[in-house]
Ligand binder design. Structure first.
Ligand SMILES: *[C@@H]1O[C@H](CO)[C@@H](O)[C@H](O)[C@H]1NC(C)=O
Ligand SMILES: *[C@@H]1O[C@H](CO)[C@@H](O)[C@H](O)[C@H]1NC(C)=O
Ligand SMILES: *[C@@H]1O[C@H](CO)[C@@H](O)[C@H](O)[C@H]1NC(C)=O
Ligand SMILES: *[C@@H]1O[C@H](CO)[C@@H](O)[C@H](O)[C@H]1NC(C)=O
Ligand SMILES: *[C@@H]1O[C@H](CO)[C@@H](O)[C@H](O)[C@H]1NC(C)=O
Length: 813
């Protein structure tokens, strides 16, 4: 102990000393977060340094200089270090070590060299390399060999390494999904949860001898080089013959492949100079095939027309209704006595399958035989009965209900075991679906207490000695430094050091107050705040939203949620540039939309909003919402779609605003009565809200349908004056809907089209009849009372896209 102190003291001195002479030692300190970073060269695409992963918790990581929340590599993802006295040091021995609070070594490259010229370098492909000398060939260690959850272009993933997803959108620790080569040389995706694990990609029933069927998706087991790599153009090649082309294949873009925390592999790309990532490919189109996504005893359903969700099996309830991955627990108790047939009843769940965990496959069993088999077995939770392969049928007896999945393509039923007398199990809305604003991300603050060591007298003495000795040395060093500094004008350092990273960032309150000239120019209201126009010091025009009613939320919680919203990037979603959380102030900074909201444009009575613009606004909005519902990492429902929240840029391209805000507002009311559940705006709210039915992505589809009707007819659903023909329905507002429906019903009998009668008079006859009919028909489908009958957003987007530019390439599986 004492010795290690002496050694450390001397060592530090040596490092400092050495740095000046041979420049082979480098030390980055966590306190100098902003200055002590390494920037890639010759292009400053990447930055390496300490990244805050929690309150007083930091990881040494590499990120994009322009997108500082996109980490591509982390040294110590499971062991963050303290915000005080933690350093990354290149020792004279050639070992790169990360020290927590000047006490514990939490990570090192475990390298050694006798060379005096070892140095660290960040290449502009994102590879951090430790080089033995000045030639670029003698690589001692490189980050490309130890990927975390991301592969960069031309970074090979080899047999010995694998990608592991992060725990959640805000927690960078190792999560539950793994991309790796198995012993059969096949690239696979695996769920490795706390209790169970299973491989879910490629399909398990594609046995190895079926691989390599030459259709491009078959896998070969014969090539043992086990390597997969994505190139700059967006082409992925794996040694097992799996290949993948991104939808924007061929363009030189910034690209990355990331195993996201939801278990899907996505390829992202970003245009140079832009700060937006877009998904240009994903491995699994069907999210329900990803194991572990819904937790035990729950059933995942996804259908292009319905969207996706997890719901508890009948008789089960959520373990934690805020976190689907924890699954459901039985709300009953099964009394169990081996070999005595227990009184159970079996509930048929058509089209449901639970993958894996068979107690056994019993051939030639009738349904009754399966029932008695399951009833005699304590562990039996239910069974699948299939009649496809033998006369009597066969049963798959399940001891665990995992990876549950409902699909219309399953022809068999699952028979769920319930206690005989349990009939009125909880099948209420609360037991199903998703509550707006609680989309499964739970953020906890990670504390890193600073550990004070007990020091004994001897250690103290040696320490003082070392300090005194070091002090003298420091004076000498200072003198040498002065000399050097004079000579070179600057202290040399490995790589280029850049102080401020651009992109999504934190603002000071005073800065925003100044930018908005004391919050003087109000440009909008709603969604829990007031929006002001502002001018940043770099001359950018922004919209600053000041939130009300968030008093009880801590800054780190706020930041965690804001940074999730800030990471959502889509050309039809409004971009968030940053936030401010100071004292009671909570502000969000968005890009400014010149043309204002759709609502303003619709009510302005000018003829600016012509037919083609309206059509493109409809299509773009659908794409933005489809992304929120299905493609982005967090499953986000908007819950407040209305013309006020659809903003237009100078080309009238629509961007959806105010998404994700339900997470920031009212979070303290979430556990209260069903009243606080109601979100949204009268006139646009789906009937589910009013009738207390499960809330799914279909609530947004409904509101979107109303917006379409408003764009077509020019009539607002909230002002009833124009609707003299039909008076108010009881219950919720749907006069606009009823009016259009009536017109359609009458109109189909007489020519010309019914559409003529509903079109906004401001359009005159300047519209395309076919497109108008598509839009009006689609709008009526979206506002169906029965949510199952409404299309989902990606389906809407697809149908509207036919008249637009065709995007393809994402339909892999
Ligand atoms: C790999 O795929 C190509 C076509 O993409 C095919 O010609 C070749 O036979 C496949 N190799 C194996 C080993 O299956
Ligand atoms: C094995 O895969 C590697 C990488 O994809 C490829 O270069 C090599 O030609 C393959 N070998 C054979 C025998 O197919
Ligand atoms: C049922 O039998 C199994 C082994 O046959 C045993 O492990 C289990 O403890 C028994 N359960 C009860 C409740 O007796
Ligand atoms: C299937 O089971 C029935 C009795 O349930 C038996 O008579 C029949 O021989 C069995 N068939 C086969 C192929 O085992
Ligand atoms: C991240 O997840 C890990 C593992 O579940 C947990 O131990 C850690 O506390 C989490 N960190 C934060 C900041 O929530």
């Amino acid at each position: 102990m004492a010795c290690s102190r002496v050694c450390l003291g001397v060592l530090i001195s040596l490092i400092l000393f050495h740095k000046l002479h041979a420049s082979s030692s480098l030390s980055l300190s966590v306190e100098k977060l902003k200055e002590d970073v390494i920037v890639s060269s010759p292009k400053p695409t990447f930055t390496a340094g300490f990244y805050a992963v929690g309150h007083n918790a930091f990881c040494f990581a590499i990120w994009y200089t322009n997108s500082p929340n996109t980490l591509v590599w982390i040294a110590n993802r499971d062991h963050p270090v303290n915000g005080k006295r933690s350093t990354l040091s290149l020792l004279k021995s050639g070992n790169l070590v990360l020290t927590d609070a000047a006490q514990f070594q939490v990570w090192s490259t475990a390298t050694a060299t006798t060379s005096k010229q070892a140095h660290l370098r960040l290449h502009d492909n994102g590879n951090l390399v430790l080089l033995e000398d000045s030639s670029d060939n003698a690589v001692l260690w490189q980050s490309f060999d130890f990927p975390t959850d991301t592969l960069l272009p031309n970074q090979p993933l080899r047999g010995s390494t694998y990608l592991v997803s992060s725990r959640s959108g805000s927690n960078y620790s190792s999560g539950f999904y793994k991309l790796f080569f198995d012993f059969e040389n096949v690239l696979r995706l695996m769920y490795q949860g706390p209790r169970v694990s299973s491989v879910f990609w490629p399909y398990a029933w594609l046995q190895s001898n079926n691989f390599g069927n030459g259709n491009g998706n078959g896998r070969s087991i014969f090539n043992d080089s086990r390597v997969v790599v994505v190139d700059d153009l967006g082409y992925l090649v794996s040694s097992d013959n799996f290949t993948f082309k991104t939808s924007d294949y061929g363009m030189i873009l910034l690209r990355r492949l990331t195993l996201d925390h939801d278990g899907n592999v996505r390829l992202y790309s970003m245009k140079d100079g832009e700060n937006k990532w877009s998904v240009s490919g994903l491995f699994r189109r069907q999210p329900c095939f990803i194991h572990g996504i819904c937790g035990p005893n729950s059933i995942c359903s996804y259908e292009p027309r319905i969207g996706r969700k997890c719901s508890c099996s009948p008789g089960y309830r959520w373990f934690d209704s805020e976190d689907w991955s924890q699954g459901c627990i039985p709300s009953f108790q099964l009394w169990c006595n081996n070999n005595t047939e227990q009184k159970s009843r079996f509930l048929s769940l058509p089209g449901v399958d639970f993958y894996g965990y068979d107690y056994g496959l019993f051939e030639n069993h009738t349904y009754q035989q399966c029932v008695s088999l399951c009833s005699r077995l304590c562990e039996c939770k239910g069974f699948q009965h299939s009649t496809s392969r033998s006369v009597n049928g066969q049963c798959y007896v399940k001891t665990q209900l995992l990876n549950g999945h409902r699909s219309p393509s399953f022809t068999n039923s699952f028979f769920l075991r319930l206690p005989y007398h349990l009939h009125d199990y909880d099948d209420s809305p609360n037991n199903n679906g998703l509550v707006c604003g609680r989309n499964g991300v739970v953020v906890k603050v990670l504390e890193r207490p600073y550990v004070e060591e007990k020091e004994n007298e001897l250690v103290k003495f040696i320490l003082w000695f070392a300090i005194a000795f070091g002090g003298i040395e420091v004076v000498c060093i200072f003198m040498v430094w002065c000399l050097l500094f004079r000579k070179n004008g600057m202290l040399p350092r490995e790589g280029y050091v850049l102080a401020a990273a651009t992109g999504f960032r934190k603002f000071n309150y005073s800065e925003l107050k100044h930018a908005s000239k004391g919050f003087s120019e109000e440009i909008g209201r709603g969604g829990g705040g007031t929006v002001y126009k502002g001018f940043l010091s770099d001359a950018r025009v922004v919209a600053i939203k000041r939130l009300h009613e968030v008093a009880n939320q801590g800054e780190s919680e706020f930041l965690a949620e804001v940074s999730i919203i800030g990471r959502l990037n889509h050309m039809n979603l409004i971009g968030m540039l940053g936030y401010c959380a100071e004292g009671k102030h909570r502000l969000l900074v968005y890009e400014y939309m010149e043309t204002g909201s759709l609502a303003q444009n619709l009510s302005s009575n000018s003829n600016e909003l012509d037919w083609s613009k309206r059509y493109n606004i409809a299509a773009g909005t659908a794409r933005g919402l489809a992304y929120l519902h299905e493609e982005c990492l967090e499953w986000i429902l908007h819950c407040d779609i209305k013309p006020q929240n659809i903003l237009l840029d100078s080309d009238y391209k629509p961007k959806v605003g105010d998404f994700g805000l339900s997470k920031l507002l009212n979070r303290n009311n979430l556990n209260n009565s069903s009243f606080s559940r109601i979100r949204g705006t009268r006139g646009y709210m789906a009937p589910e809200w009013v009738f207390n039915l499960p809330i799914t992505s279909k609530v947004d589809v409904y509101s979107y349908g109303i917006v379409l009707l408003e764009m077509i007819t020019g009539r607002s659903p909230t002002t009833g004056v124009q609707f003299t023909e039909l008076e108010a329905e009881s219950g919720h507002h749907e006069r606009l809907v009823t009016w259009v429906r009536e017109k359609k019903k009458k109109g189909s009998e007489v020519e010309p089209s019914w559409v003529d009668e509903i079109v906004d008079p401001a359009l005159g006859s300047n519209y395309v009849m076919d497109e108008m009919e598509i839009l009006a028909t689609l709008a009526l489908e979206c506002v169906k009372e029965d949510r199952e009958g409404r299309p989902n957003m990606s389906h809407v987007a697809e149908r509207l896209q036919i008249h637009e530019h065709d995007l393809n390439g994402l339909n892999k599986d």
